[in-house]
Design a protein around this ligand. Structure first.
Ligand code: PAF
Length: 283
């Protein structure tokens, strides 16, 4: 497994693969890897001849009061996990290598960046769109894999790729969960045992919505059902419950008549957990 810390090193490696006619899959991450990330890597492994994973905690997607400084990191463990998955190259630049002296140009998908999580975290999706564009330009992959867990991020990246004619395919991987249903996240380690116990309310709320959805209820009724389950997590501060069109994230009202996505954001102390599920009314 090749470890590249500079853009030039990675470009060089990819150039060799492309000359040999091999396809390249990219899995962008911020490290502190868990089974969720490894699921993305395995999907890339299935689809592409060569797999690159990137590990970069991207400062431009963190707000001033967010957890950039405390974001968990464990380079040695991450590399061992990626080696075991037969990843071909890991790109681990530092901030100076990625942004240099410039950093004055941004990529933005305004409609999708300003709503939902984007309204709670101003600038977050602009930072994501910018770093993902840079990673695409550096690695020039044929495929890039993103998790459905970050549903708004996935939707935004798909639109960005369409709008800017980026020459690659975006693949989505379903959310990977702990045995009790909690969506895997690098942030879960920062929950105390009581918060960890209560955090299962997110996946339980989504399961309740999925069951109720079959009867094509009113959107407001679905929201109430989700809120009722989330209220069981006494230490959870519900930041948002949104039920949106599964493809466009447009607002919905009235009875559920097409696939929708339920998007949750709940804060436990300093830790913001998100989760999602696509729900569909019975035919
Ligand atoms: O989903 C993430 O971990 C990050 O937002 C990403 C896509 C690696 C960009 O920094």
């Amino acid at each position: 497994m090749k470890i590249c810390r500079t853009r030039a090193e990675l470009r060089d490696v990819v150039r060799g693969w492309k000359r040999a006619g091999e396809t390249v899959g990219l899995v962008p991450t911020m490290g502190y890897l868990h089974e969720g990330h490894l699921g993305l890597v395995r999907l890339a492994r299935e689809k592409a001849d060569r797999v690159i994973t990137t590990i970069f905690v991207n400062p431009t997607q963190f707000g001033p009061n967010e957890d950039l400084d405390t974001y968990p990191r464990d380079e040695a463990r991450d590399l061992a996990l990626l080696e075991a998955e037969r990843v071909d190259a890991v790109f681990m630049p530092d901030v100076a290598e990625m942004y240099g002296a410039g950093g004055d140009t941004f990529v933005e998908v305004p409609g999708l960046s300003g709503i939902l999580q984007g309204a709670l975290r101003p600038g977050h999706f602009r930072g994501v769109a910018t770093v993902v564009t840079k990673l695409f330009n550096i690695a020039t992959p044929d495929f890039a894999v993103f998790g459905e867990k970050d549903y708004q991020q996935l939707t935004m990246i798909r639109q960005m790729v369409r709008d800017l004619d980026m020459p690659l395919e975006i693949l989505a991987h379903p959310t990977v969960r702990e045995a009790d249903g909690l969506a895997m996240s690098s942030r879960n380690v920062r929950l105390n045992p009581e918060q960890r116990r209560q955090a299962v309310a997110l996946s339980r709320a989504l399961a309740a919505a999925e069951t109720l959805a079959r009867a094509a209820p009113e959107i407001a009724e679905l929201e109430e059902a989700v809120q009722a389950v989330l209220a069981e997590a006494k230490d959870g501060d519900v930041q948002s419950v949104d039920i949106r069109d599964a493809e466009t994230l447009a607002e919905l009202s009235g009875p559920l008549s097409r696939p929708a996505v339920v998007l949750l954001a709940v804060r436990f102390g300093p830790v913001l957990l998100i989760d999602q599920r696509v729900i569909t009314p019975a035919a």
